[in-house]
Ligand binder design. Structure first.
Ligand code: UTP
Length: 297
C-alpha cells in the first residue's frame, strides 16, 4: 500500500520584492484576494486533498502569518455577543487544530529548494506535498486533490504543469517530455529558467508538487543552480537521473500567478466576479471603465 500524503510544506520565506513597498511590513501571503489572504486559499486546497500537517517555512517579518492561524478570543467574543454567527463561521476556517501547524525558519532566502530542505526533519520518510501560495488555482476539484488522486495510481514524484507560450518559458522550470499520456507526462529532464530558445517543451512547472523524501536527500548536496539559488527543480531532476519516476500533471483549472502584480490583479477580478455578492457591481464598473478606455484611444 502506498503511504498517504498527509504533510504539506508551504515555503513562505521569500522576500516578495515584487510587491514592495507593501511587503516591507505585510507578508505577501497575507495580501487578500477579495477578502481572504492568499494563504487561506492554499490551506483550503491542502485540506481538500487530505493534508493533516501544515509546515510553514517562514522568515523574519512573517509574524502576521502566525497570528492569522491563531484563535482571536476577543474578536470572537465580540462577534458572539452581536450574534454574528456567519462571521464566526468564516473565522472558524482560519483556526488550525492544535499541533497541526508547524513553523520552521529559513534564516536566509537561499532559494525554494533550500526552503523545502529546511522542513526535512518534520517530513521524515513520507511522501509530502509542496504548495506555493503565490500560485492560486481556481478549479472545480482543487488542484492538489487532483494530484493526490493521480499519485495514488502512479506513486513517484508529481509536479503540476501547464502549457506556457515560448516567450514566457524562461521564467519557469520546463519539462523535457519522455512520454505524453494526456493528463500525465513522464519526464526525461527538467530545466530551471532555460535561456530563451533552449526550452525542451512548453510545459512549465507551477507551484504544486508531490514528492518522495529522496528529493530531500538530494537537497542535502545543496547545489547552487539558476539565479544563484538552491533550486527544487534540480533536486527533482536528480531523481530522474537516478531513474526514479517523475511525472508532470496537467491539472484542470485556471492558475493565477499572484507573485506578480498583473496576476494578482487578474485573480482579484476573477474571484470577485465569481462571487454573487460582488459580481453585478464589479461587472458594471469594468464595463464602464473599459468603454471609457476604448473611447479615449
Ligand atoms: P519567488 O520566486 O516568488 O520569490 O518564490 P519571492 O521572494 O517570494 O518574491 P519576489 O520574486 O522577490 O517578488 C517562490 C516561493 O518560494 C518561496 C517564496 O516565499 C514563494 O512562496 N521562497 C523562495 C522561500 O521560501 N525561500 C526562498 O529562499 C525563496
Amino acid at each position: 500500500m502506498r503511504k498517504k500524503v498527509t504533510k504539506a510544506i508551504f515555503p513562505v520565506a521569500g522576500l516578495g520584492t515584487r510587491f514592495l513597498p507593501a511587503t516591507k511590513s505585510v507578508p505577501k501571503e497575507i495580501m487578500t484576494l477579495v477578502d481572504r489572504p492568499l494563504i487561506q486559499y492554499a490551506i483550503d486546497e491542502a485540506r481538500a486533498a487530505g493534508i493533516k500537517e501544515f509546515i510553514f517555512v517562514t522568515s523574519r517579518g512573517k509574524g502576521a502569518l502566525e497570528d492569522y492561524f491563531d484563535t482571536a478570543p476577543q474578536l470572537e467574543a465580540e462577534l458572539r455577543k452581536k450574534g454574528k454567527e456567519d462571521l464566526l463561521e468564516i473565522l472558524k476556517n482560519t483556526n488550525m487544530d492544535s499541533g497541526a501547524i508547524a513553523y520552521i525558519r529559513q534564516h536566509k532566502a537561499m532559494g525554494l529548494g533550500h526552503a523545502v530542505w529546511c522542513a526535512r526533519r518534520l517530513i521524515g520518510h513520507e511522501p509530502f506535498a509542496v504548495i506555493l501560495p503565490d500560485d492560486v488555482i481556481a478549479a472545480e476539484k482543487p488542484c492538489l486533490q487532483q494530484m493526490v488522486e493521480a499519485y495514488e495510481e502512479t506513486g513517484g514524484n508529481i509536479v503540476a504543469s501547464m502549457e506556457v507560450s515560448p516567450d514566457k518559458a524562461s521564467s519557469y522550470g520546463i519539462l523535457d517530455i519522455k512520454e505524453d499520456m494526456g493528463s500525465m507526462v513522464a519526464v526525461r529532464g527538467m530545466v530551471e529558467k532555460p535561456a530563451k530558445g533552449t526550452e525542451p517543451s512548453n510545459l512549465a512547472v507551477i507551484g504544486r508538487y508531490i514528492l518522495t523524501p529522496r528529493v530531500l536527500s538530494n537537497l542535502n548536496k545543496m547545489k547552487v543552480g539558476a539565479g544563484g539559488e538552491i533550486q527544487l527543480t534540480d533536486a527533482i531532476a536528480a531523481e530522474i537521473e537516478a531513474e526514479r519516476p517523475v511525472y508532470g500533471y496537467r491539472f484542470r483549472g485556471q492558475r493565477f500567478d499572484c507573485g506578480s502584480k498583473a496576476g494578482f490583479l487578474q485573480a482579484t477580478v476573477s474571484f470577485a466576479l465569481a462571487r454573487e455578492d460582488l459580481r453585478d457591481e464589479l461587472a458594471a464598473f469594468l464595463h464602464t471603465v473599459t468603454a471609457e478606455q476604448k473611447a479615449a484611444q
